[in-house]
Each structure stands twice: as C-alpha cells, then as structure tokens.
Design a protein around this ligand. Structure first.
Ligand code: C5P
Length: 312
C-alpha cells in the first residue's frame, strides 16, 4: 500500500467514525428505515415525535387543512356546503363570510402553531368524558402534561383523583358552554351560523355581560378541517365526527406526543359520562360513528402515534 492509498483509507475511516458514532448517542434515533441515519434530525425534542417514522402518516397530517380558522382566510364554498348540512343551515356562503369577518373584527382570534420544532417537546393529554375514567386514578398523570385539553362539561371539581385539576384548553360550543377561567383557551367548535353570533355576544361583547372566556385566548375550529376529518379520517362514517375525535385529530397536529384519556365505553360496555350516574344502560354512541372512531384510536395506539389510557 503506497502513501496515497494509506492516506485515503485513514480519511474514509475518519468519515465513517464521524457519521456512525453520533447514531449511538442520538436519543431520537430509532430503527425505522425512514428515520435511519445520523443526518436525520427528529421533528421535535421528545423521545418520540408524532411526525417521526412512516412518511405516509406525516404526509397525511401535513396535507390536512389548518385546524383553526386563520385570520382573513376563509374556507372554500365546497367546504362551506359540507358544513352547512350539519345543521341544515339556511344562510348562504356570502353571509358566512361576512359573519366570520365580523368575528375576527370583534375578537383577536388566535391559532396554534402546527409546525413542529426540533427544540420543542409538547406533550398533550386529551381528556374525553367517558365513564371509564371513574376509579382510574389518572389525575396526577394527566396534570403532568403540558396541554390538558378537556371537552364540553367535563368537570374537574369533585373528580380530581381520576381526571386531574389542570385545564389549558377547553373545547366547547354554545350548547355545552360553561364559564372558563382567565388562563384557559376556549377552542370553539362552530356547528351553525348562530354559533358565531353567540361567540361574539358571549365572549367578544363589551356590554355589561360577564365574558364566558378570556377573549384573547379564543381559537375556532376550521369547518374545512371538520370536513377533512369526516371524509379522510372517518371515511364519511356517521353524520359528522364527534367532538372528541376532532379534538384528537387537531391534537395530532399541534402536539409532539398525545395521551388519550376518557374515550370509549366503560368496563360494562356503557358509553356514559364520568360525571353522571348511569340510570339506563346506554350502549349506543348516537349519530357519531363512536365505535369506528374508537377502532381508529386503537389503531393509532398500535402504530405508536398516541398512548391510549383505557381506564376502568
Ligand atoms: O359526551 P361528550 O360529547 O361531552 O364527550 C366528549 C367526547 O368524549 C365525545 O365526543 C367522545 O369522543 C368522548 N367520549 C367517549 N366515550 C364516552 C363518552 C365520551 O369516547 N363514553
């Protein structure tokens, strides 16, 4: 071996060392063929990020419409026509746009960043209202999450041991509204035109009325996103997705890790609430495709995109 050959061997070995050794010290390195290699930085700084791994899953998430209505960016007429059917809305697209403009004039509607960041590890708990939370003792675990997203009435007082005390976001719509404290984000789900007017009156109004939520912390679920979840995730099953499933879907976009609590039936097969006594046995899930949604949630658990806590 001459001097030049020796020199190039040393160079190649050096390059190999530089590229292979860091693989063993990279906490986000996993064996997925898609994320293999020291040149791949993880999508977030958690041990496991939702967007890591199978690129088809990532592409599906990235192809989704914005989960929250962006300022001055309304939806397409097609999306509106789908949304309009939920409650047989009589108003037209022009009225919808004018109403949404008014909401944005009255309220500083905010959004949540859907772009992951390599230096961020945002771990979220989404807490559904299933009776399987009773006796679960999940409270302290739920409170450890960065975001704790609750839904509708789902109370904490009196149920702290099982559901925790922290609420960073509450998903609600007029029929399920309650008074929120000053630090909780209102994630507003509009199902009909009146709901936007309700939002202006109950949160955006300066009249002598107590605001139901901090007007600086309001986010509105995008009707185009609702349609996407119904058509792509749920393959058009049921009339439209449940509040819980839409919450799970937007959480996959804004969080780096998601833990799911309070979904599905309890151990007797009832689809009741943790805060209500079951008077009549209830095995149905209404006009939402509850069982289909629950199967999908189980599949997401299987491919390790979420952690599902099944309760009691
Ligand atoms: O009943 P409610 O709509 O307030 O519950 C919030 C969400 O919790 C539901 O939309 C559903 O996704 C989930 N849930 C569930 N199983 C139950 C009760 C509620 O999966 N037994």
């Amino acid at each position: 071996m001459n001097y030049r050959q020796k020199k190039s061997r040393v160079l190649i070995s050096l390059l190999l060392c530089i590229s292979v050794i860091p693989m063993f010290f990279n906490p986000s390195w996993n064996l997925s063929v898609y994320s293999f290699g020291p040149w791949k930085s993880s999508f977030c700084s958690c041990l496991k990020c939702i967007r890591d791994g199978d690129p088809r899953f990532r592409e599906q998430i990235d192809a989704s419409p914005e989960p929250f209505l962006p300022r001055k960016h309304s939806i397409s007429e097609n999306d509106f026509l789908w949304w309009k059917k939920i409650k047989q809305e009589k108003y037209d697209f022009a009225f919808f746009n004018a109403t949404v403009d008014k909401v944005f004039e009255m309220l500083p509607i905010i959004s949540e960043d859907v772009e992951p960041r390599p230096d961020r590890c945002r771990i979220c708990a989404i807490v559904g209202n299933s009776g399987n939370l009773n006796g679960s003792r999940y409270g302290p675990l739920i409170d450890l999450h960065d975001f704790v997203i609750r839904m509708n009435y789902g109370p904490t007082r009196g149920f702290e041991v099982d559901v925790g005390t922290k609420t960073t976001h509450r998903v609600m719509y007029p029929e399920t509204a309650s008074l929120l404290d000053h630090t909780t984000h209102l994630v507003f789900f509009p199902f009909k035109m009146e709901d936007f007017l309700w939002l202006i009156e109950n949160v955006g109004s300066d009249l002598n009325k107590q605001s139901l939520a901090n007007k600086n912390l309001v986010m509105i679920l995008n009707p185009a996103f609702m349609k996407h979840v119904h058509q792509v995730w749920l393959q058009k099953k049921g009339a439209y997705p449940s509040t819980g499933f839409m919450t799970l879907a937007f959480s996959l976009m804004i969080c780096d890790e998601v833990s799911v609590f309070g979904f599905g039936a309890d151990s007797d097969g009832n689809w009741g609430h943790y805060f209500e006594k079951i008077k009549v046995q209830n095995f149905g899930t209404g006009y939402h495709p509850g069982k289909y949604e629950y199967n999908l949630i189980q599949q997401l658990q299987k491919i390790q995109k979420i952690t599902l806590y099944k309760g009691h």
